[in-house]
Ligand binder design. Structure first.
Ligand SMILES: *Cc1c(COP(=O)(O)O)cnc(C)c1O
Length: 368
């Protein structure tokens, strides 16, 4: 193994020669942003690739989340998960909404639908679940609760690019789904994001909201934000789409390799997450059990001492951060499964180009 450090992810970059003609076109046209030709083309091509009808591109996933909540006029309280990246709950605080944390399912790492109803109050207006590691939420159970109580469902699908269930894209569920194309995600435009909406009317409203609320040159219909994706990001997205299938195949192969290398190590659990028809292998989580001779943090340090920078996604839980921990729903006793997972999990490196020698080394280190 080379002594170069290995990180949990390394963004896939397409051949520069494929990007340059796009840049030349931008330099010629001087169209840099505001729904230029590459933006329009990427929206169409992305919707086609994902198998959804309506996509709105954003400068990043967090702006997409903020705007999705605005578009659905979500207010009051929202039921969400503590086991996610902090942006999930931050999007609620930025909209003046109170997050209500509900515990997760120990198998899927996702919001446990059987615990949602007890968290609903007259102030609740929506549920904000996350498809953690790209593993689909219990969509039917969540929709049944939402229908019963008249709640919106907005999926944080930042991990779920290209994931499908038996009916097609996982992104077609709920009222809206948001994606992130950040450098750490399976599909990247450096920074970027999107909202998937179910109909043209909703997309139109979202497109107003991401452009200051402009409906036309002289009409402002809402206090919108600047959430627009620019032409360079869109061009990179168009080129990335040509490579995403091979990226996903390579990730699948690495996942399979880990499963072979780590099979049967006492005290190391590879979660058996329910697989959708199409998975994206965005993360490779393992759980370090108390029967393993070294603690989770001990394993983290051991790997780091060999130049392998794994990540403890998601630790600490969102509910432990200072702006959330005083909430009644943030109490550890309310979130026992999430705490158990957060104290045991490590996400191992997975990305196209990850050397087999690294996977081998991790296997040897964990077995020794
Ligand atoms: C990455 C991520 C986001 C934020 O996306 P950005 O594009 O980085 O703003 C939100 N939610 C989850 C679950 C994420 O992993």
């Amino acid at each position: 193994m080379s002594r170069d450090n290995v990180f949990v992810t390394r963004p896939y970059l397409p051949p520069l020669a494929e990007v340059l003609p796009y840049l030349e076109q931008i330099w010629q046209s001087h169209q840099l942003t505001n729904s230029g030709p590459f933006h329009q083309e990427f929206e169409v091509e992305l919707a086609r690739y994902l198998g959804v009808d309506h996509v709105s591109l954003f400068a990043n996933g967090t702006l997409a989340l903020l705007t999705a909540l605005q578009a659905e006029r979500v207010s009051g309280e929202v039921v969400t998960t503590p086991y996610s990246f902090v942006a999930t709950a931050h999007s609620l605080l930025w909209n003046g909404i109170k997050p209500v944390f509900v515990d997760v399912d120990p198998v899927t790492f996702n919001l446990d639908p059987s615990k949602i109803e007890a968290a609903i109050t007259p102030q609740t207006t929506a549920i904000l679940p996350v498809h953690v590691y790209g593993c689909p939420c219990d969509i039917n159970a969540i929709q049944t609760i939402a229908d019963t109580y008249g709640l919106k469902v907005i999926y944080d699908a930042a991990h779920a690019f290209a994931v499908e269930d038996d009916g097609g894209s996982i992104l077609r569920h709920g009222d809206l789904s948001i994606l992130s194309f950040h450098a750490t995600k399976v599909f990247t435009t450096f920074e970027g994001g999107a909202i998937v909406s179910p109909d043209a009317k909703t997309k139109r409203r979202i497109d107003f909201l991401k452009n200051f609320g402009f409906a036309d040159e002289l009409t402002v219909v809402a206090p919108g934000i600047n959430g627009k994706m620019n032409e360079i990001q869109s061009a990179i997205g168009l080129v990335q789409l040509k490579h995403v299938e091979s990226v996903l195949l390579e990730r699948a192969a690495i996942d399979a390799r880990y499963r072979t290398m780590l099979n049967g190590i006492e005290g190391i659990t590879i979660p058996v997450q329910p697989r959708s028809r199409r998975h994206n292998f965005s993360y490779f989580p393992i759980l370090v059990d108390s029967s393993y001779p070294v603690s989770r943090d001990g394993v983290f340090d051991l790997l780091r001492s060999h130049g392998i920078f794994a990540r403890r996604y998601f630790y600490p839980l969102i509910s432990e951060f200072p702006m959330y921990r005083a909430l009644p729903s943030a109490k550890a006793s309310n979130l026992s499964e999430a705490h158990r997972l957060a104290s045991r999990v490590i996400c191992l490196p997975i990305y196209p180009g990850l050397a087999d020698s690294v996977i081998h080394k991790i296997g040897e280190l964990l077995r020794a």
